[in-house]
Ligand binder design. Structure first.
Ligand code: FES
Length: 387
């Protein structure tokens, strides 16, 4: 309603006397149609955030000696949600009597997701990944979480030019980021350094060469082999300087811990701001301990109480899954908070550098079982998993 101020202020006040009759009239003239059961914004939210998705394997391809590409389609909907290139999904399945899940970076593009296609690259390392790489066949079904994670480009934070450094299976998020750039959904300038021991260990080489032909700069760096057209050695500061101005780029790293340690050491003399180097968190595995002890882990899930064996060298989450108990999780790296659980009693340790809890959580006894190891009998209260 347009409000025009009167010359005499008291006349403005008089208009308030008509407030109630005006409202009654507006209500009487309103539509009698019932309100929609669901608003469009809620429908969209469900499409973008489906929680967990039922998926089926539609393709299995060996890409190197130690890595397999798995392609999935959704069976509970006609498309995967759109996501940010660089994000991951967590895949859950049963191996024997154990319920297992692992996070994997998405290798396909957000646009392909809308065509009901999602690709993961799985390295033959670890219990579940080895199972996926060697046993899985077309038609096998799994549960997958919606895409998540902060490892993606952010216009406000990141430089226009990004340097992506991959080692081994760490190439997968960069495939997605490169495709997304070429499909026009991102507008960064991307240069990719891909470190491998030799040429035959370079996964997705044909796809990367094709992307290079379309404008993504790709630099292969072989540590154990000298070959024309390839850099030799490691991704050192000296090598990076040959291609970019180190102070005017944002780094995205994905690979093994040894690679992170090496590159961070190389970049240390440049005193880059924290936001200039982004690392993809790998999931938290077993500790290497000689003769690990076994404790009792008591877990409350709503009104159920489970007691399972928990080894000193494995996370509480792994102990629960090994016993077939579903516990919520996504990143398995201490960062997403999805496994957030209440500590009741007992002693524990948290994997080095993985304590992603807020200060209040630390103070009031909340833990992330995906990065927590027992050092005595323990009792915790965990939220029920979405199944
Ligand atoms: S699963 Fe992400 S913090 Fe535990």
């Amino acid at each position: 309603m347009n409000f025009k101020r009167q010359i005499f202020g008291f006349m403005d006040m008089l208009r308030f006397t008509k407030l109630v009759p005006n409202r009654r009239e507006a209500l009487a003239n309103g539509s009698a149609a019932p309100l929609p059961k669901e608003y469009r914004v809620n429908t969209l939210a469900k499409v973008l955030h489906p929680g967990e998705m039922a998926v089926e394997v539609t393709g299995v391809r060996r890409v190197t000696e130690g890595m397999t590409e798995l392609t999935f389609r959704r069976t509970d909907a006609g498309a995967f949600p759109f996501f940010r290139a660089g994000q991951y999904v967590s895949l859950r399945g049963e191996v024997g009597k154990s319920l297992v899940s692992r996070p994997y970076s998405i290798a396909s593009s957000p646009r392909e997701a809308l065509q009901n296609k999602l690709v993961l690259g799985v390295e033959d390392a670890g219990f579940f990944s080895r199972h996926l790489g060697r046993e899985v066949k077309v038609g096998d079904r799994f549960v997958m979480t919606e895409p998540s994670g902060e490892f993606h480009y952010e216009t406000l934070r990141d430089k226009k030019r990004i340097v992506c450094i991959a080692g081994g299976a760490g190439i997968t998020p960069f495939l997605s980021m490169a495709k997304s750039r070429l499909e026009g959904d991102e507008d960064y300038e991307m240069i990719l350094f891909y470190g491998a021991r030799d040429e035959k260990r370079i996964a997705f080489k044909a796809e990367l060469d094709e992307m290079a032909a379309k404008g993504i700069q790709v630099v292969y760096v072989l540590s154990d082999e000298e070959r024309a057209g390839y850099e030799h050695g490691f991704v050192s500061a000296k090598l990076l300087e040959k291609y970019v101005d180190i102070r005017d780029v944002t780094f995205f790293l994905c690979g093994p811990k040894a690679m992170y340690d090496f590159i961070l050491k190389e970049l240390a003399p440049y005193s880059l701001p924290v936001k200039a180097v982004r690392k993809d968190a790998t999931y938290c595995g077993s500790l290497s301990l000689e003769n690990p002890r076994t404790f009792r882990l008591t877990a409350h899930i709503r009104d159920q109480v489970y007691t399972v064996d928990a080894r000193e060298d494995e996370t509480l989450l792994t102990a629960l899954e090994r016993a077939g108990i579903p516990a919520p999780n996504k990143c398995r790296a201490g960062g997403c908070g999805y496994c957030h659980s209440k500590w009741i009693s007992g002693e524990f340790r948290i994997a080095e550098g993985r304590d992603g809890r807020r200060e209040a959580d630390r103070k009031f006894g909340w833990i992330h079982p995906c990065v927590t190891y027992p050092i005595s009998d323990l009792e915790i209260d965990i939220p029920p998993a979405e199944l």
